[in-house]
Design a protein around this ligand. Sequence first.
Ligand code: ATP
Ligand code: MG
Length: 425
Amino acid sequence: MAKNLQAIRGMNDILPGESARWAGFEHVIRDVLTGYGYHEIRTPIVEFTDLFCRSIGEVTDIVEKEMYTFDDRNGDSLSLRPEGTASCVRACIEHGLLHNQQQRLWYTGPMFRHERPQKGRYRQFHQIGAEVFGMAGPDIDAELICMTARFWKRLGLTDVSLQLNTLGTPDCRAAYRQRLIEYFRAHLNQLDEDALRRLDSNPLRILDTKNPAMATVVANAPQLLDHLDAESAAHFARLRELLDAAGVAYTINPRLVRGLDYYTKTVFEWVTDRLGAQGTVCAGGRYDGLVEQLGGRATAAVGFAMGVERLLGLLEARDDFAAERVPQVYVVMVGEAAERVGLVLAERLRDALPGLRLQLNAGGGGFKNQMKRADKSAAEWALILGEQEAADGTAALKPLRGEGEQQVFAQAELTARLAGLLALA
Ligand code: ATP
Ligand code: MG
């Protein structure tokens, strides 16, 4: 026998039932984003590999070992997008959305990283993210962070907390980088292989190590917070002031550097201790240099992305935001004549009542059998058409939940009856 086909490891099917929780979640987030004046942007899931190398950075986990990269039939190197920011910036430059303009954008969709699959870490996973262009001040950083806090409020999520840091301007970051290299050079014997490799290319990332053996050397490293230039310090102070005023609590984490190269000034993460090592549910920051780095004119930018699977994992026990929509009416039709009348009637009802959720029996079956399906569909009403009803232009309405008698109506009356019963306009 042929081997059964299976989905690729780390890439999940989202089955009915579960998909209702996804839709409900997305609905809440979309609603908040819209409420803050953000507009959706959709970009392809495949881009030239070069885009990700030039934006995310050559010496990052993503580019070094996580990308799905392949040659297409023309020999171009393409990659499945591992994140959304690079594509968004590319699209904005390409379509002239940035020059002398402000943009508040959001996106959602699958991202692809070849990581070791485990709970909360997949090879195809989903993000919802936002990117803002053309605003350089800490006011927009504060707005973005307040908006993320509102997501959790709207979802009823309480066990996440905010970590905040600043990576400074490129100048003060460069000076700090040098200081850090000198410090680590003086402690070479305490560095692991990964850290040694990153020492000259990406020393800030060493601070982000998950290796417990390096905890001390990292804890004693100089901190960028102590070496901020005036501009970075003022930006950070004002951001903190605004968050304090808005009542958004945070912890300063001097070792928060983020895995991507392009960040400047503000960086933040929302974390939980309920998901083990996969504890970051939303992460972002400012990236004022990226647009120029990708060939556009210098444009201030800030954004974040949240991991949908991890957030749904946190909301596991809850489904009050799930948008499971069961049918309101199930049409039972016994006999060929009734099936024809039922189809026509159903289409007429859908024309008249566009919000109506009506499920038509299909595949025949006797009356009892069809009533069982009607019940299983969770519909509130069965609309019953037998040979008699088909012949004399009537139909019976039977309540499926709770008490109530079956009633017979003229088919012509049904639109008005159902509109009233289901409170449809
Ligand atoms: P981590 O440190 O957990 O690997 P990251 O820094 O690589 O995260 P980002 O690139 O900042 O993650 O992506 C933003 C968010 O997307 C993360 O905070 C997380 O919630 C989610 N995410 C990232 N990678 C995965 C993955 N492989 N599977 C599921 N969710 C992910
Ligand atoms: Mg990662």
